[in-house]
Design a protein around this ligand. Structure first.
Ligand code: UT7
Length: 340
C-alpha cells in the first residue's frame, strides 16, 4: 500500500477516544553532569556519550510527587479548557508515590480540591502513562466516564543512590498529564500494553515493601534506592519498543513510512537511536527530550509529547506513535492521529 493510501485508511479508522489536553511540569533546578562528577566516579564525557543526558531536574526540598502532579494537571486542564469539576476520573501513574498508603492520586485529589471524583494510582514504572491512557480510553469508550485526567508524576531523585554511578546519572524529576475524552486534538487509533514478570528484578527498589520491610539494616545497605541492571534493560528495551511499534502498525495496516512522529520513552539517547534505526524511521521524526531532563520514568512520554504539541510542528492527519518500556518489565504503545 502506498504511503498516502495507508494514511488515508488510518484517517478513516474510528478513534477509541481522544486526548483533549496536554500538560507538564518541570522543576527549575538542574543536577548537571558536572555536579555528578563531584559525587561519583564519572565524567561529563562518559555520560553524554553513553546516554545523551547533560542535566536532570530536581524537585524543591519541600515538594513531593503530588506537587509535581498537581502542577502538570493544572497545565493540562488549562490546555483542555476544563475546570477541576469537569474531571470525573483521576489516575496518577507513579513509582515514586508520596506514601505507600494512601494513593498519591488521593493526595492530588485533595490539593486540586476535587469532591467525590474517583481517584487511584497505577504502578507500571516507565510505561505507566500508556497503561493509564489505555484504561482511560476503555472507560471513555464504554461511556463510563467523560473526562479522565491521567497524570504521570515522578520524584526519581528521592530514590537515587548518589553513590551508584550506574543509576544516579540517568534519572530526573518531572510530571506530564493528559485529559482523555470522547473528542479532542489527538484521536487514539490503537493502544496496547504488555508485560513480562520474569524480568521483575531487572529494575527494582528491593526494600520498603512487604517483601523486605524497612529496617535499620535495609537502610544501612541502601536497599531503598532504585537498582538498575543497565545493560540487560538496554537490549530488552530496544527489542520490545521496536516489536510493540511494528505490531501496532500492522494492526492498523500502516507501515513505518506512515509514522510522522515517534515519542519514545526517554531512557537513553542510544536506546532511542537504536529503536529508530531498527524501524528505519529518520531521526528528525523522533523526539529526543532527555538532554536536560534525564529519564523521568512514567512522566517522560507525556512531558516529551507536550513539548512536541507546543512546538507547533504537528499537522492535521499526522500519525504520532508513543512507545514505552521499563520496570516490570512492562511496555505500552499508542498510535494517535492529529485531529483536523
Ligand atoms: O527506563 C528504563 C530504566 N533503565 C534504563 O533505561 C537503563 C538502560 N541502560 C542504560 O541506559 C545503559 O545500559 C547505561 C547508561 C546504564 C550503561 O551504559 P552501557 O553502555 O550499557 O555501559 P555498561 O553498563 O556496559 O558499562 C560499561 C563500563 C563499565 O566499566 P567496565 O566494566 O567496562 O570497566 C561500567 O562500570 O562503564 C562503566 N560505567 C561508568 N563509567 C563512568 C558505568 N556507569 C558509569 C558512569 N561513569 N556513570
Amino acid at each position: 500500500m502506498t504511503h498516502h493510501a495507508a494514511t488515508a485508511k488510518a484517517a478513516e479508522r474510528r478513534a477509541l477516544c481522544s486526548i483533549s489536553g496536554l500538560g507538564r511540569h518541570l522543576p527549575e533546578k538542574h543536577l548537571t553532569n558536572a555536579d555528578l562528577e563531584k559525587l561519583v566516579d564519572t565524567t561529563d564525557e562518559w555520560i553524554v556519550q553513553r546516554t545523551g543526558i547533560r542535566s536532570r531536574r530536581v524537585l524543591p526540598a519541600d515538594w513531593s510527587t503530588s506537587d509535581l502532579a498537581v502542577a502538570a494537571a493544572r497545565d493540562a486542564l488549562a490546555d483542555a479548557r476544563l475546570l477541576v469539576a469537569d474531571i470525573d476520573l483521576l489516575m496518577v501513574t507513579t513509582v515514586t508515590p508520596d506514601h505507600l498508603c494512601p494513593s498519591t492520586a488521593c493526595v492530588v485529589h485533595k490539593k486540586l480540591g476535587m469532591v467525590g471524583t474517583p481517584a487511584f494510582d497505577i504502578s507500571v514504572a516507565c510505561s505507566g502513562f500508556g497503561y493509564g491512557v489505555s484504561l482511560a480510553a476503555g472507560m471513555v469508550h464504554a461511556g463510563l466516564h467523560r473526562n479522565v485526567l491521567v497524570v504521570s508524576a515522578e520524584a526519581m531523585t528521592r530514590f537515587m543512590d548518589y553513590r551508584d554511578r550506574a543509576s544516579c546519572i540517568l534519572f530526573g524529576d518531572g510530571a506530564g498529564a493528559a485529559v482523555v475524552a470522547r473528542t479532542g486534538r489527538y484521536d487514539l487509533l490503537h493502544t496496547s500494553n504488555g508485560a513480562d514478570g520474569s524480568l521483575a528484578e531487572m529494575i527494582e527498589i528491593p526494600a520498603g515493601g512487604s517483601r523486605e520491610p524497612a529496617s535499620a539494616a535495609s537502610v544501612e545497605a541502601g536497599r531503598h534506592f532504585l537498582m538498575v541492571r543497565g545493560r540487560e534493560v538496554f537490549k530488552t528495551a530496544v527489542r520490545q519498543m521496536v516489536d510493540s511499534t511494528e505490531t501496532a502498525l500492522r494492526e492498523l495496516g500502516l507501515a513505518t513510512d506512515d509514522i510522522d512522529w515517534i515519542v519514545p520513552h526517554q531512557a537513553n539517547g542510544r536506546i532511542i537511536e537504536a529503536v529508530a534505526e531498527a524501524l528505519d524511521v529518520p531521526l528528525d521524526r523522533v523526539v529526543f527530550d532527555l538532554v536536560d531532563k534525564g529519564n523521568t520514568s512514567s512522566a517522560s512520554i507525556p512531558i516529551a509529547f507536550t513539548g512536541l504539541d507546543r512546538s507547533r510542528q504537528l499537522r492535521a492527519g499526522q500519525i504520532v506513535v508513543l512507545v514505552g518500556f521499563g520496570a516490570g518489565a512492562a511496555w505500552s504503545c499508542q498510535v494517535l492521529r492529529v485531529a483536523g
